[in-house]
Design a protein around this ligand. Structure first.
Ligand SMILES: *Cc1c(COP(=O)(O)O)cnc(C)c1O
Length: 242
């Protein structure tokens, strides 16, 4: 091992440094395309990370977090129910779990609506709990057989349908690009997402959010118009699966 490599290990970045770096990258990417960095929402994805780490991030003044499993979100919510936290649900949601999300007052948004059935269930449960839930429709922009989400061809039909449902507000679209895609390809998918939103808005819809970009590509996503980025590893480090 070279001396430099040894030093890198010693200087392993802290959560605080990671978060500062991510904010700085967001600022620079936004500036580079004349966008206002304060308009970009960072969702710190703490899945598979301990509540202790979430506390550390909150101490630095960041309060918007994402989880992709209902049970983990409920566990963390229970610990932080009295915090001014904003939760985003970002995973594939099962119908029978929707009711649990309704109990979380700090739920800012469900980003991952991938079927009409789940939209209908949220609408019904939201009515029961007397709530209005903000949602994003998940688009499988790469037609990736391993991913959930609507195709871009069907999205307008879906949107017309979901916009009529009670107790739901469709704020925009969300996508997860294929993990193995090259950066150029990923960039193309993000551009397609942006154009899709523009087309829909020209047709009278009012979508203000585009959630796209993860640790490896959030700077690219911001340059293509992301308003929400979901960053886990770059803040919390590698996930341990147990
Ligand atoms: C885990 C996850 C992320 C964060 O991924 P990183 O590569 O760790 O930044 C973003 N979005 C979704 C939907 C996820 O499940």
């Amino acid at each position: 091992m070279s001396i430099m490599e040894g030093m890198k290990i010693k200087m392993a970045a802290s959560l605080e440094e990671n978060l500062t770096k991510v904010y700085e990258n967001i600022r620079q990417s936004a500036k580079s395309v004349n966008r206002d960095p304060s308009k970009i929402k960072l969702v710190a994805v703490g899945k598979n990370h301990s509540p202790k780490k979430i506390i550390e991030v909150m101490k630095k003044g960041h309060y918007r977090f994402g989880e992709n499993r209902v049970q983990e979100l409920l566990d963390k919510h229970e610990l932080f129910y009295d915090q001014d936290i904003k939760w985003h649900f970002i995973g594939h949601l099962q119908k029978n779990k929707v009711k649990y999300l309704m109990k979380i007052d700090q739920l800012e948004m469900i980003e991952s609506i991938d079927s009409l059935e789940i939209a209908e269930e949220i609408s019904q449960k939201a009515a029961e709990y007397d709530k209005t839930i903000k949602i994003l429709l998940q688009v499988n922009i790469a037609n990736d057989p391993d991913k959930f989400g609507f195709s871009k061809e069907e999205i307008e039909k879906v949107l017309n349908n979901v916009e009529k449902k009670n107790n739901l507000i469709v704020k925009g679209l969300m996508t997860i690009t294929p993990y193995e895609a090259e950066m150029e390809e990923t960039k193309k998918y993000y551009q397609e997402m942006k154009s899709l939103v523009e087309v829909l808005n020209n047709n009278g819809h009012n979508l203000t959010e585009i959630s796209m970009g993860m640790s490896r590509d959030y700077t690219i996503a911001i340059k293509q118009g992301a308003t929400i980025v979901r960053v886990g590893t770059a803040i919390f480090g590698k996930r341990k699966y147990y």
